[in-house]
Write a protein that binds this ligand. Structure first.
Ligand SMILES: Cc1cc2nc3c(=O)[nH]c(=O)nc-3n(C[C@H](O)[C@H](O)[C@H](O)COP(=O)(O)OP(=O)(O)OC[C@H]3O[C@@H](n4cnc5c(N)ncnc54)[C@H](O)[C@@H]3O)c2cc1C
Length: 560
């Protein structure tokens, strides 16, 4: 009889988390209560269960007390569950015979001023955890090999930075660029601020590095046509020169950037000649403007922060101020006004740029979204809030600051990669704080303006960051999937495809020979959506089976 089939012997470890839990929950009372619960043979209070001492206590107790289930009542599983599972494993217990109860976030944090109620709730949660622990069964993970190379999609500054960094760590990289030349938007810029750097010199440096590095294969005029596989083992079809080649790689980086929005003709009298966009201004500045404009007016938030496009494109204020400074530098007699709704000049260097622009005589005027400026016959009318009157600004050149928008083919690529887009069709990271450069699907990373409008420094930093994230995977010889995955009972599955349609990770397919659905445990992320959908409970999430969940529900409803 394996130790999981024997009568449950449950050890409960209640963490004080210093005073984080013990300051608001009566930990000794909770521990005393836990000793009365069925199958519990050991209860310990720890100052910090996650400390080396706490972990050793768990490991020793598993061996000495022959524990076959462990419950830790402490903080969030999001950060600490892997540590505790691993401790069980090191002591010879299947790591899925572990249950975690969160009495920090759910008790001490939310009931800070209700010690008694928080303590009672902690008892309830531990009672539920113990009931579930008694029902746990050992689970296995799948071992996977890892292909030690990466494919980067998009050869702008973010993608090139990611490729260079990965190659520098010794990994072969395939860099796929849609256009004939590398560099993305930087190819179209006149100067890079802060610092007034020459974009051509910067690009040359990067292009030189990626094209000369023997570990980087650059494929331009190319597109990703197919993506199969999963973390550590992707097969990517790339078409170029009329043929498609398959590449086997372990990680993917999305660095496809974004597109400058072209305003519809007629908006603010836009004509591409006297009324142009910032990116068109960049080209004119590079080519040389002659004759010099006398009065330049820039209008911010054109087509941004409106109902159809509610987001702020973040970098347009920096771009406008940069170009205002450039115009004042090249043509000291030219007046420049910037009409804005809010100024987004985050960071020390950008604030300094704003200060310099004011010093250089650039005029800033606020406009109300409900009373936008009007462009007419080389004049811009603006209702000035402070003066309380309408101003008529002469303008022989009007510059519209339009936002960066998601690339047109973002939905196609997101479908191929099975990664989500946000409401504005930018690629959506796994978690804005915890996984800013990862997708929810493992083994795929993102950086630069593909994720959200980013300036140069941010794009490079994110490119390097995405490379580091990919390297944490590529540096491993083997990967182990989680045992918490869905599983189909072929006896009762009728192949209705409900689970196939709801799975956000495309981890479930229909087996036509057997007429049932089946789960790819490598792709399954254990979200449980399928289990909640299945009308016959034929698909269940291991570690969260109906039996285990009902055991918890029974306990919370029971009068103790
Ligand atoms: C007018 C303007 C002025 C700017 N000035 C400054 C400045 O002064 N300072 C500053 O810090 N930042 C500035 N920026 C921002 C800067 O351009 C961006 O930070 C930078 O270009 C973002 O790099 P990226 O690699 O993420 O994207 P991009 O430069 O857009 O590169 C993405 C690359 O991916 C390729 N691609 C797209 N889709 C695919 C696909 N499906 N398959 C393969 N390849 C694909 C594209 O062809 C492109 O080469 C400015 C931006 C604009 C619009």
């Amino acid at each position: 009889m394996s130790n999981s089939e024997a009568k449950p012997r449950i050890g409960v470890f209640v963490c004080c988390c210093g005073s984080n839990i013990a300051g608001y929950v009566d930990v000794p009372a909770v521990a005393k209560y836990a000793r009365t619960l069925p199958n519990v043979v050991l209860v310990q209070e720890n100052l910090y269960t996650c400390s080396e001492g706490g972990i050793n206590e768990i490991k020793n107790a598993i061996v000495e007390q022959q524990l076959n289930r462990v419950v830790v009542a402490s903080c969030t599983p999001r950060t600490h569950e892997p540590l505790f599972r691993n401790s069980c494993k090191e002591a010879g217990l299947n790591p899925y015979l572990f249950e975690m109860v969160n009495i920090r976030d759910q008790c001490s944090w939310v009931h800070m001023k209700e010690r008694e109620k928080g303590t009672e709730k902690a008892k309830d949660l531990i009672r539920m955890g113990v009931a579930k622990a008694a029902m746990l069964t050992p689970l296995d993970s799948v071992e996977l090999g890892v292909t030690h190379s990466a494919l980067v999609i998009g050869g702008g500054i973010a993608g090139m930075s990611a490729a260079e960094s990965l190659a520098g760590m010794g990994y072969p990289v395939i860099l796929v660029e849609k256009q004939r030349r590398l560099g993305g938007l930087l190819n179209q810029l006149h100067k890079i601020y802060p610092g007034a750097r020459d974009p051509r010199a910067l690009l040359e440096e990067h292009v030189d590095r990626v094209t000369k590095d023997a570990r980087i294969t650059v494929i331009t005029d190319a597109e990703v046509q197919s993506v199969d596989g999963y973390i550590g083992n992707f097969n990517v079809g790339v078409s170029s020169d009329g043929r498609t080649r398959l590449y086997e790689v372990g990680a993917l980086v999305v660095a496809t950037g974004a597109t400058v929005r072209q305003p519809p003709d007629g908006v603010y009298e836009y004509d591409g000649r006297r009324v142009i966009t910032q990116i068109q201004l960049e080209r004119r500045l590079s080519e040389g403007i002659d004759p010099a404009p006398r009065n330049v007016v820039m209008v911010q938030c054109v087509g941004a922060r409106v109902r159809e496009r509610p987001y702020c494109s973040r970098i347009c204020c920096q771009i406008a101020i940069k170009n205002a400074l450039e115009i004042r530098r090249l043509f000291p007699d030219t007046h420049v006004s910037i009409l804005y709704r809010d100024l987004q000049m985050y960071g020390v260097a950008n604030e300094e740029m704003l200060r310099k622009a004011k010093e250089a005589g650039v005029r800033f005027m606020y406009y109300d979204v409900d009373r936008p400026p009007e462009v007419e016959n080389e004049h811009v009318k603006i209702s000035h809030q402070l003066l309380g009157k309408e101003l008529d600004l002469p303008a022989d050149l009007v510059i519209l600051s339009t936002p960066l928008v998601a690339n047109e083919d973002a939905p196609r690529l997101s479908g191929l990669l099975r990664v989500p887009l946000d409401a504005n069709n930018f690629f959506l990271e796994g978690h804005v704080k915890l996984k800013p450069l990862d997708f929810a699907s493992e083994g795929i990373y993102l950086c630069g303006s593909a994720r959200y409008p980013a300036n140069l420094a941010e794009s490079i930093a994110q490119g390097l960051g995405a490379a580091s994230r990919a390297a944490t995977l590529l540096s491993k010889e083997h990967l182990y999937t989680s045992g918490i995955t869905a599983s189909v009972n072929p006896e009762s599955c009728v192949g209705c495809l409900g689970c196939v349609q709801t799975c956000p990770f495309q981890a479930i397919s229909f087996d036509p020979e057997q007429g049932v659905c089946k789960v790819n445990p490598v792709l399954c992320k254990g979200c449980g959506t399928c289990a909640a959908t299945c009308p016959s409970q034929s698909i269940q999430l291991m570690g969260f089976t109906p039996k285990q969940l009902y055991a918890q529900i029974d306990q919370v409803l029971a009068d103790d």
